[in-house]
Design a protein around this ligand. Sequence first.
Ligand SMILES: [Zn+2]
Length: 311
Amino acid sequence: MSPSQKRSQQRRGGRRRDPDAATPRGVRRSPGSYPDKSVRVIYVAAEGGRTERDYLRQVEKSYGRGDDEQGVRPFRFHYCDPGHVNGLRPEEAVLQVVAGASSPDDEKWALFDRDSLDNRDAEIPAAMRLAARKGVQVALSHPSFELWLLLHFQHFTSQEDGRDDKVKERLRGHKDAQAFREYDTGSGKRGKGLDDEHGAALHGREHTAVRNARKLVDACPHGGCAARTAATEPIGDAAPEPYGEWTARTGHAPDCDPLRRDPSTDLWRLLVSLGIGTEGSNSKGSTNRRSARDAKKVPHQGGFAQRQKAD
Ligand SMILES: [Zn+2]
C-alpha cells in the first residue's frame, strides 16, 4: 500500500465528523497578541498534518522579516494547529481557520488537496462554497501540495487524475532537488516534513514555481481560465463575495470545476500576495518574461485594497 493510500485509509477510518472538532484548542489569539500592526498576520489551516505547516514555516523564515526593496511587508503565518493526527477534511480546514482567526477581517487561507484516493468529490466543492461565505481564500492543489513543491524545479502538465505518485517521483528524482530525494519514502527524516535543507532547496526558486503555476491556470482543461485575471489582494471585511467572484480570484473561470483543474495549485497566489516570486524578486537564474505589471505590490489595506489583476 502506498503512503497516500495508507493516508487515505487512515482518514476514512479514524475521522471525527463533528464540525466542532475543527475548533482549535488553545490557539485562539486576541487581536492584542499581535501588537505590531506593521506585521501582516495570515491565518492558515491545512488538511495535512505536517508538510504545509513546515513549508510555511520555511517561507516565513526566509521572507517574514520583510524586504523594503522587494516590496515584501513583514509577515507571519499563524498556523491553526489541526490537532488531528490524521489531518483535516477540506471543510474542517476552512472551519479551523475561521475559528483560529481573531476577527472577521483577518486574512485567512485554507490549504487542501484534490487527492482522488480520498473520495472527496462532494467535499471539495462544498468546502469551497463554505470558504467563499466565510471570507477564506483556498489554495487547492490538484493532485496534491507536492505539485507546488515540484513546480519550483520543473514544469509539470501531466494529468494524474488526482493521484500524486508521479509528482512525488519527479520531485525525488529531480537533479536540482537533492534535498527531496528521500521525500515521503519513510518516517522521520524521510517522511513528509520539510526542514531547513528542504527550505534551502526551494529558496530563490519561488519565481519559477509561480510562473509554472500560472501556466497551469492558462492551460486548464476548462479552456476559459487565465492567470492574468487572478486576484491576489486579501479579502476584505465587507459582505461575503458572491461565489463566482470569489472563485474567479484563482484565475479559473467561475464555472471551472475545481475537481477538473488537473493539474493545478493556487499556492502561487498566496506567495504573490506577499510579494514573493514576483517580477524583480530574488530568483535563482530563472528567466523572466512576464509583464512588469506583476511587479506591482499588493498592499494590505484591510478590505479596501483594489482588485488587482495579477498579470
Ligand atoms: Zn480552470
